[in-house]
Design a protein around this ligand. Sequence first.
Ligand SMILES: CC(C)(COP(=O)(O)OP(=O)(O)OC[C@H]1O[C@@H](n2cnc3c(N)ncnc32)[C@H](O)[C@@H]1OP(=O)(O)O)[C@@H](O)C(=O)NCCC(=O)NCCS
Length: 89
Amino acid sequence: MSLVERNHEIEIEWLAVYKDYQNKGVGSNLLHYAISIAKNKNKKFLAVRTSSRNKKALRFYRKLGFQKFGFIADAYSWGETQVVLKKRI
Ligand SMILES: CC(C)(COP(=O)(O)OP(=O)(O)OC[C@H]1O[C@@H](n2cnc3c(N)ncnc32)[C@H](O)[C@@H]1OP(=O)(O)O)[C@@H](O)C(=O)NCCC(=O)NCCS
């Protein structure tokens, strides 16, 4: 997991769990750690962007309280849309 600090929020730049270790709660634990950092730094939001096709990641973030905040069309060179998700801290 890589985090970037901005004025009012922490952004998850990327988050990935090695395939053999997925679905064991590692990703959720990392997210809870990111939430605690955002809380300690008095940030308003924890933000993340992911491909609109990444259904597992979208379900994962929604389950942990993230809501759709916006979309970035043509975010990748192959024309896919990115979803911006934010969790209020
Ligand atoms: C998205 C990602 C980070 C999630 O990480 P993870 O470690 O698999 O996440 P968790 O195990 O905490 O939770 C994922 C699922 O496992 C379930 N789970 C959590 N703890 C569990 C446990 N102890 N036993 C079984 N299942 C569990 C969750 O309910 C969740 O299920 P759901 O997706 O059906 O709702 C991981 O799939 C990944 O690295 N994907 C590739 C990279 C990527 O897409 N990153 C996000 C883009 S920014």
